[in-house]
Ligand binder design. Structure first.
Ligand SMILES: [Mg+2]
Length: 131
């Protein structure tokens, strides 16, 4: 719910507050109840992640360059994109979990390192180092 009296779509509040820890816990439970922990080795999860990156890439394959915000895509295409982005995120979160990596902390640490590696005064408007 927002302050303007307009109702947000179902699940919007949950989605706005989702954390990597939430996803990690939900993925642990998802695997546990299906007895899939036995299959979730780091290697298997990495290969699954790469497969999902491939599925994500297929969405953009042969489209040429697309505009930010994807104004020319229809709702079904955007929904499909959201699904494949989610598959990538979920496998990444699960992989980090089974490897014992705190992904949120690691990402924050990496951002700090990148800020040192790519100082604004040397990199501003330089596409060669753009991330
Ligand atoms: Mg997929």
């Amino acid at each position: 719910m927002n302050g303007g009296g307009r109702k947000d779509p179902p699940g919007a509040a949950d989605a706005a507050l989702v954390s990597l820890q939430d996803l990690r816990s939900k993925l642990q439970e998802f695997a546990r109840v299906r007895d899939w922990d036995q299959f979730h080795s780091p290697r298997n999860l990495l290969l699954a992640l790469v497969g999902e990156v491939g599925e994500l890439s297929e969405i953009f394959q042969w489209k040429g360059e697309v505009q930010r915000g994807l104004p020319d895509w229809n709702a079904a295409e955007k929904e499909h994109l959201g699904e494949e982005l989610s598959d990538v995120l979920l496998y990444l979160v699960r992989l980090a979990d089974v490897c014992g990596v705190d992904l949120g902390q690691a990402a924050l640490s990496k951002l700090k390192k990148n800020a040192v590696k790519y100082p604004v005064e040397k990199c501003k408007s330089q596409s060669t180092n753009a991330q």
